[in-house]
Structure formats: C-alpha cells, structure tokens
Design a protein around this ligand. Sequence first.
Ligand SMILES: Nc1nc2c(ncn2[C@@H]2O[C@H](COP(=O)(O)OP(=O)(O)O)[C@@H](O)[C@H]2O)c(=O)[nH]1
Ligand SMILES: [Mg+2]
Length: 320
Amino acid sequence: MLANDLLTRMEQGDRRALARLMTLVEARPPEIYAVMSRVARLARGTPRLGITGPPGAGKSTLIDGLIRLLRGRGKTIGAVVIDPSSPFSGGAVLGDRVRMQDHAVDPGVFIRSLGSRGSHGGISRATMEVALLLDAFGMDEILIETVGVGQTELDIMGIADTTVVVLVPEAGDTVQTLKAGLMEIGDIFVVNKADREGALRMAAELRAMVEQTPSPKSWSAPVLLASAREGQGLEELLEAIVGHRQYMSDRPEAEAFRRNFHRRQLIEIILAELGMRLDANPAAEAIYERVMAGAQDPYAAAAELLTDPARLAELLRLRR
Ligand SMILES: Nc1nc2c(ncn2[C@@H]2O[C@H](COP(=O)(O)OP(=O)(O)O)[C@@H](O)[C@H]2O)c(=O)[nH]1
Ligand SMILES: [Mg+2]
C-alpha cells in the first residue's frame, strides 16, 4: 500500500496503518520525507515522558502501572520501548510482552518496541519519529523507555520533555560512579522496589546529591519511592510529572527547549540520510575497504573526505 494511503488511514484511527508507518520509519524508503512531513504537521506537540535507568530497575513495570492509572483517567497512551536486549528481532523481551499484553487489546494504548540496532540512522532518530507518529495519531500521553545509565539516556535528553530516572535500592555504587551525568538528566528520580531494604537510605543519598548538583534551573528534582510491582507510588509519580510540566511551561527555557528540539530533529534527519547515502554508494567502497582492511584508520579516512568537499558531495549525491 502507498504511504499516503497509510497516512490517511492512520488519520482515521487505523492502528494497523500506524504500525505499518512505524515499520516504514525504520526501513526508511525515499518517500519517508513526504510522509513524515505530513506527520509533523499533524502532530500536536504532545509532551514526551522519558523513563530511563539500569536494566531490571522496573521501568517496564512502572510504565505498565502508569498506563493503567492514565487509562483510568480516560487518557490514551502511546509508548516506545527501546530494548537493546533484543537487537535482532527488534521486539520486546518476553517479560515485557507478557506484561504489556493486557494493553494489546486496548484501543487507547499503543506500544512499540524498537531494537537498539537495525534502525537506519540511529535509535535516537527512530525514537523521535515513532513518538511523532504517536503524537500525530492523537495519543494524549507519550512514554519512552530507554535502558542504561550513562549513554542511552543522553539520547532521550532532548527527546523527552520530562525524564524520570528509575533506580533500585542496591544501585548505590552505580549512582556514585555516574553522579554528574545521572544528576543532569533526571527531572524526577524514583527509587523503585522500595519494598526492599535500603530504599530510604538510597533516596536520602540521592536527595543530597540533587541538592549538591549545580543546576541552571530552579527546579529541584524530587526523589520518590515506589514499588511498581505493587502499584505503589504511582499517583505521586504522576503528580510530580504534572508538576514538572507545569514548571517547564512557565519557564523561559521552555521555548529554548522547543527550539532546540526542532534543531536537533533537523540535524538527526539530515545525518540519517547522509549516513545511508554514504553507506550505499558503491563509489565509497574503496574507502571502506581501506579502513576495513586496516590500511587506513577511520579518522584519517574521515578527515580526508571532509577536507575534500567536492569528493564528499559526489559520494553523497545519489541514493539507490
Ligand atoms: N521487588 C520488586 N520487584 C519489582 C518491582 N518492580 C518491578 N519488579 C521486578 O523487577 C524485574 C524487572 O522489572 P522490569 O519492569 O522488566 O524492569 P526494566 O528492565 O527496568 O524494564 C521484574 O521481575 C519485576 O517484576 C518492585 O517494585 N519491587
Ligand atoms: Mg523494560
């Protein structure tokens, strides 16, 4: 089916069309620009909530709980789950699937898993675009789950309007080593699995760190306790999220954030396209071969190309 028909059907609320558009976003055929341009104009600017933290912290369980809570309030929800544990299938791990199954039959919920590899031009761009599709589809809330403490969540910085960092009582060492980066990204901290020992101490440590971290914002990140599996602490989390959104919308940096997001979006789109062109151009093969054979290091090869704009332009000109 033509991408335009898919779009029309998606606008009419067809979930299968939405799913196929998401597949298109990952496969990235040339017509993607026309499609996403329409999607971008349909999108309403729905806030994106990022949930990040180490594997096993309970992010999916927390999202599951938030979905239930929000559904109870009549909200529709789109979620993007980035799951590096399943690079080949691009699907969710079994646990996620089983847990999220309840929502699969709910027309007010749409959950999409992205493999952390296999998305042309990077996971960051794919996430942005899937979130944009969910926005254009008309979801009231958009949740993004990413795994990691250190790298991946930096990617959702700039994608998420509010970032929740989920930790567990035992994560003390991790927190100490990652201090700065971790403190910077979190708008809200959740010590999940508060049914376990050490949760209070962990929360107190985090609070002290939040206070010590110099921040250009006057927002002081709350540190909450939750037990996602028992459904405890979710109301408070939702309250904190709403509080952060309100704070942001009243701030001068809200406009700067919006502008910066669009700027990043544009750069991501261009980079993804350029990367694909370079990757697919047979004329660039000789360069790759040199690097792959170890005859030239990738930095020297890149520098050579970057200082020869005419040659670079030649390599970027064509798309299959
Ligand atoms: N004890 C306890 N276990 C939890 C809690 N929340 C989640 N879990 C368990 O922690 C494991 C990992 O949860 P999951 O949501 O998949 O973590 P994710 O990798 O961060 O998405 C699962 O076995 C959950 O049942 C909690 O509040 N308390
Ligand atoms: Mg998960």
